[in-house]
Design a protein around this ligand. Structure first.
Ligand code: GDD
Ligand code: MN
Length: 377
């Protein structure tokens, strides 16, 4: 072993208890729930060396402040406050990777999951012949009776799609409550998507059947305080994850949304062109100029709200982003026309040349926007 990383022989006494279990709690506006959850963990995990890591996306209600308060009293509590980012999956990934116990559990902050199952889950993993234990609502003994009909239907549909399309075998791949061996998670981490909220489904499908999984039943309760953060965009994100996993991560949801917004932009372009030409009797070049400007602007706004909603630009950054977006699209247009010309020169098939140009344009715009406009801070 390298001298530098050899552990020192004299381990300080306060470090003697190293956690066997890291509990990861993603939070967004859960101020009134975190203390209760902490207390319940303390009760449920008596006798276990555990730690809890709250991953908070800079909640406006100040959840991170409450967690800091807990951490000041108990060094088993930690808070990761993420600024400028949003997303359940990303938060879970970051939390697990920030810990080092051999087992990591993910549990919601709102007490809908059953923390009293944690010791049993840990014992199952520690027995050594499992990699992942899932808290399941859809096996004998479990239930999701707290769901309203709409939510129950959506959950059943998503579960069915996941099981058929991604050939995921477990009964509840949509569960947000599970425990995994660190070693397995570290291996899978680079393949996981930080977008969306289906971390468990992502873990299972990315492992391609290599994980030894067991489900244990639990009863999905009602939220203690606050409200759910899952909105209608979640359905789209779910489809995106299915698609990404089906195509082995070649097609991402972001790219699809970007392309979709782009095709809407084509409509905006033609509608503006028509209006300015016919309505204002402007010369063609002027009308075309306005059409392009309006299409780019609406694309920018839509991308900022949908495609990059987890990295949404705000305030002055919007203006800067818009200017950069114009530049990126300008060069993209040149690339589009260039490629179309060269394809047409070899094979004078108008639609083939047009399609090649458009594809070049959208790939360029997507790649460059990701690099310059909505770059990760
Ligand atoms: N850091 C962070 N960032 N945490 C988040 C975010 C986010 O963007 N969105 C939600 N959370 C946290 C919430 O604060 C909560 O602790 C947990 O993630 C679950 O979010 P809820 O808003 O309570 O989701 P839900 O109850 O509707 O959905 C739950 O059940 C689903 C099964 O039907 C979650 O466990 C889902 O993962 C699960 O699929
Ligand atoms: Mn919830």
């Amino acid at each position: 072993m390298n001298e530098a990383i050899r552990p020192s022989r004299q381990i300080p006494p306060q470090a003697a208890v190293v956690p066997q279990l890291s509990v990861i709690v993603p939070t967004f506006n859960e101020r009134d729930n975190v203390t209760t959850l902490y207390q319940r963990l303390e009760t449920a995990l008596a006798g276990v060396a555990w730690e809890v890591i709250f991953v908070d996306d800079n909640s406006p209600d100040g959840t991170w402040g409450v967690v800091r308060g807990l951490a000041r009293q108990d060094n088993r509590v930690r808070c990761i406050r993420r600024v400028g980012r949003r997303g359940l999956s990303g938060a879970c990934i970051e939390g697990i990777l920030a810990s080092s116990a051999p087992c990591a559990a993910v549990i919601d902050a709102d007490l809908q999951h059953d923390e009293t199952q944690l010791p049993k889950m840990l014992a199952l993993l520690q027995a050594g012949n499992l990699d992942l234990v899932v808290g399941s609502r859809y096996i004998e003994g479990g239930n999701a009776d707290s769901f309203n009909r709409q939510r129950a239907g959506a959950s059943a549909l998503a579960t069915e799609v996941a099981r058929r399309v991604l050939r995921v075998k477990i009964a509840d791949p949509m569960s947000g409550f599970f425990m995994i061996r660190r070693e397995c998670f570290e291996q899978l981490a680079p393949r996981l998507s930080a977008q969306g909220f289906k971390i468990l489904l992502d873990v299972i499908s990315s492992a391609h059947g290599q994980l030894r999984v067991k489900e244990i039943p639990f009863s999905f309760g009602s939220r203690l305080h606050g409200e759910s953060k899952l909105d209608s965009m979640v359905a789209l994100e779910f489809l995106g994850l299915v698609l990404a996993k089906l195509t082995h991560d070649v097609v991402s949801l972001r790219f699809l949304m970007f392309a979709m917004v782009g095709s809407l932009g084509v409509f905006v372009h033609f509608a503006t062109l028509y209006t300015v030409l016919r309505g204002f009797h402007a010369p063609f070049a002027v009308a075309q100029g306005w059409a392009a400007l309006l299409a780019m602007t609406s694309n920018f706004v839509l991308n900022n709200f949908l495609t990059y909603r987890d990295q949404r630009l705000k305030g002055f950054a919007i203006l800067r982003g818009l200017v950069l977006f114009y530049l990126v699209c300008g060069v993209g247009l040149a690339a589009n026309v260039g490629v179309a010309f060269s394809v047409y020169a070899q094979q004078p098939i108008w639609w083939l040349a047009g399609a090649a140009g458009a594809l070049m344009g959208v790939v360029w715009n997507y790649a460059m926007s990701g690099l310059f406009v909505w770059r990760k801070r």
